[in-house]
Design a protein around this ligand. Structure first.
Ligand SMILES: C[S@@+](CC[C@H](N)C(=O)[O-])C[C@H]1O[C@@H](n2cnc3c(N)ncnc32)[C@H](O)[C@@H]1O
Length: 417
């Protein structure tokens, strides 16, 4: 325990957590240090990742993130001089953001592609459009005004005719943000709700797109591009699988509960995932950790007493919660074979409350690692000041609002034996 850490928990702990104010990053937001190219729910503050890599002297060889989302762990590790990354995520949008943000393209080349894109858009405005793509979006007229639909098609067609994949991915982020902003979705929420005043909402789709596009290109060139020379990134739109590569570090923030009652990653990403032809866009949340209710209660290790306590109040909830821990356990168990001895693992997680019972997910993670050939090095507790999280464990899901139960985070650090 260092001078600045203090013990915080008073319930019986199997894996002690220590509060270290250094990790609060008080007054710093994500964007103040790492500007965003695209919104994403429940992102991990990269500042934390960088500090962890330094404090625990992680090797500078490579980094795996099995739930990589928008790639915050990778951007943290870039500043620690790691150059090789592998990421996995079930959400196609997450993969698109990570890839666009972490792939190098020469500025002059990007700007040339930008000019071609603007010319393409200009030309498309007068063309007869193929409306077929609109069939991808469920109930499109409920969500997007007619003229905006046409404008979106014209912009999208202009983007897909760009040959350079890296430039195209960056432009697609601007399209995705535009698709959301031009729709009738209430914009500051993760879940899909139509705005009350939708009939009077007539978006200027081209204007939105141009603003987003300029912003993304500026941020990419000013902030990310210089760091990306020589990096090697592979990201996969799937759950983690063994790629035969061995890693020295995992830095990740897994979901802290099922998507239905915590953060609806799938719902947040529905429009762009559907537009790009991802057939299971509406089922995505049920494919994520804890997405399908378990048939029996999870009764292993330290989580058993908590699950049984929930079951006393509500057996159905206990089965839902069981499914999350069962899935998280098997997901963690698939990792050790891909790690070298001495590899450091950093899991940043929230401990949610169900039926007013706080679930020690941090301790659960430490326990599963310890049962699978790791030693627990430390659990650090931090106060969240700026994370984008839902208001409660409820469908409200307001971006930027903090949940009463989620204003702290735990960082579990383990080492492979
Ligand atoms: C807390 S978020 C990660 C956020 C990321 N650290 C960032 O800053 O953008 C958790 C991620 O896990 C993904 N996810 C959920 N279940 C998964 C699974 N079984 N396999 C892989 N990814 C999963 C979600 O799509 C989501 O992007």
């Amino acid at each position: 325990m260092t001078a600045s850490t203090q013990k915080v928990t008073n319930h019986k702990e199997y894996y002690e957590a220590f509060y270290n104010p250094k990790y609060d990053f008080l007054g710093q937001s994500y964007a103040s240090m790492y500007p965003n190219l695209h919104k994403y729910p429940a992102t991990m503050l990269p500042q934390i990742g960088l500090e962890l890599l330094k404090e625990f002297k992680a090797k500078k060889t490579n980094l795996l993130d099995p739930y990589c989302g928008s790639g915050s762990s990778f951007v943290a590790a870039l500043d620690y001089d790691i150059k090789e990354f592998i990421g996995f995520d079930l959400n196609p949008l997450a993969i698109m953001i990570s890839k666009a943000r972490l792939t190098y393209i020469e500025s002059s080349h990007l700007l040339k592609q930008y000019k071609i894109l603007l010319d393409n858009i200009e030309n498309n405005m007068s063309k007869i459009l193929d409306f077929n793509i609109l069939n991808n979006i469920t109930n499109i007229d409920f969500w997007i005004e007619k003229q905006a639909q046409k404008d979106l098609i014209a912009i999208f067609n202009a983007i897909i005719s760009i040959k350079n994949e890296t430039a195209k991915n960056l432009f697609m982020l601007a399209f995705s943000e535009t698709l959301r902003e031009a729709s009738y979705t209430r914009n500051n929420e993760f879940k899909l709700f139509r705005m009350k005043e939708y009939e009077s909402y007539i978006p200027n789709t081209y204007k939105i797109f141009n603003r987003k596009l300029k912003n993304i290109i500026n941020i990419y060139i000013e902030f990310y591009q210089q760091k990306l020379r020589g990096i090697n990134l592979s990201v996969y739109n799937s759950g983690f699988y063994n790629t035969d590569k061995k890693f020295d570090t995992i830095l990740t923030s897994p979901p802290y509960g099922d998507s239905k009652t915590t953060v609806a990653y799938g719902q947040f990403s529905t429009f762009i995932n559907e537009w790009l032809g991802f057939k299971e866009a509406r089922k995505l949340d049920s494919k994520m950790l804890g997405g399908i209710k378990a048939k029996k209660l999870y009764e292993k290790g330290l989580m058993k007493e908590y699950i049984l306590e929930i079951a006393k109040a509500d057996n159905k909830r206990a089965l839902e919660v069981s499914s999350f821990y069962e899935n998280l356990e098997s997901s963690i168990k698939s990792l050790p074979d891909s790690l070298n001895i001495g590899a450091k693992v950093f899991f940043i997680v929230g401990n949610r409350r169900v039926k007013n019972i706080e679930l020690p997910t941090d301790e659960f993670i430490a326990e599963v690692f310890c049962n699978n050939g790791f030693k627990h090095l430390n659990t650090l507790k931090r106060k969240i000041s700026n994370k984008s999280m839902p208001l409660q464990n409820s469908p409200t899901n307001k971006i930027g609002a903090l949940s009463r139960t989620m204003n702290e985070e735990w960082i579990v650090v383990c080492e492979k034996l």
